[in-house]
Design a protein around this ligand. Structure first.
Ligand SMILES: [Mn+2]
Length: 320
């Protein structure tokens, strides 16, 4: 852990005119954490806003869009949530990336790029840290604040299923339920409902899956053409990287997505046998032990070769 919850709370008590930053390709954790924190700060009587995120999707828009800054707002204090490094901060927020006053995050790879940093790598979701912070600040957990925290905890743990889920995650979720959050409804919307585009792209992903290393490595490719054909957007692709690992015997699921600019986004999901972040570190990315990622500046076929090489190196016990 870098920094303490009590130190972060003390810093927040003194702060005002606050702007909260979320990460690129915003997920439920960065948006839920931002929304809950913004509300908590407002309950303390502070002026607090969330910077608009150009890549926000319909699934999570309601968590941050109501808190967009008013015209002419000039922040005196900047907070980032769920961002491991300045590279994760979207380009439209670049002016603030080098001047973050408080970093709140749970990525073990966090570089500590803030003036103050609260990084708790043992937490499954950044939202868990937000929950502890609100308690330290003495802000009662109401239904509205709890909804953001619950969405963050649920999405970063795959609906409380992934191995990163801890007793603390469940305690945080229990507090949110006590505050009036409808967990069943949130999880149905996030995990039990799929768009037509998602259903079609999953079909393509399953039929095109390739296996290596005695079936222990599965590679799925999402091409630009598949995205165009199905009309799938980032929202439809949310958490799709978990699919290859669902197949029995697969220890490493590599999901590659062709980006519009010619780069390839890679998401790695592993079972307990393999360290996903070790694989991604070898190709310039990072992340968590079971879920990590990287962006490779090459076409997808070349990216597949490089990822297979990196995975084989990790199997041989080599590290970066
Ligand atoms: Mn997170």
């Amino acid at each position: 852990m870098i920094g303490t919850v009590s130190r972060a709370a003390q810093v927040l008590k003194e702060a005002d005119h606050i702007l909260i930053l979320t990460h690129r390709r915003p997920d439920g954790d960065t948006t839920g954490s931002a929304g809950a924190l913004c509300l908590a700060l407002r309950r303390m009587g502070k002026q607090a806003y969330i910077a608009p995120n150009a890549q926000i999707t319909r699934r999570y828009a309601h968590l941050i869009e109501p808190y967009a800054p008013e015209n002419g707002f000039d922040p005196a204090f900047v907070i980032s949530v769920d961002c491991a490094d300045t590279g994760m901060i979207p380009p439209e927020m670049a002016a603030y990336a080098e001047h973050v006053d408080l970093v709140i995050d749970h990525h073990r790879s966090n570089t500590g790029f803030g003036r103050e940093n609260l990084v708790m790598g043992e937490r499954a979701a950044c939202a868990e840290i937000i929950c502890e912070l609100t308690e330290e600040l003495g802000i009662p957990l109401d239904r509205e604040i709890a909804e953001g925290i619950y969405v963050g905890a649920s999405t970063d743990t795959g609906c409380f299923k992934f191995s990163n889920t801890t007793s603390n995650t469940h305690r945080v979720a229990a507090k949110c339920l006590d505050a009036g959050v409808d967990g069943g409804e949130i999880n149905r919307a996030l995990f039990e409902t799929k768009s037509r585009a998602r259903y079609e792209i999953e079909g393509m992903l399953f039929s095109g899956m390739q296996f290596y290393h005695d079936g222990k490595i599965a590679v799925a490719l999402i091409t630009r053409e598949a995205k165009r054909k199905t009309g799938a957007d980032w929202d439809d692709l949310d958490a799709i990287a978990g699919i290859p690992r669902q197949i029995e015997g697969v220890e490493v699921g590599l999901t590659l997505t062709e980006l519009e600019d010619g780069d390839t986004k890679v998401s790695v999901r592993t079972t307990k046998e393999v360290d996903a972040s070790a694989i991604c570190t070898l190709v310039g990315g990072g992340g968590h032990i079971r879920a990590a990622g990287a962006t490779l500046h090459c076409p997808a076929q070349e990216a597949i070769v490089r990822m297979l090489e990196a995975t084989e190196r990790v199997y041989r016990g080599e590290t970066a």
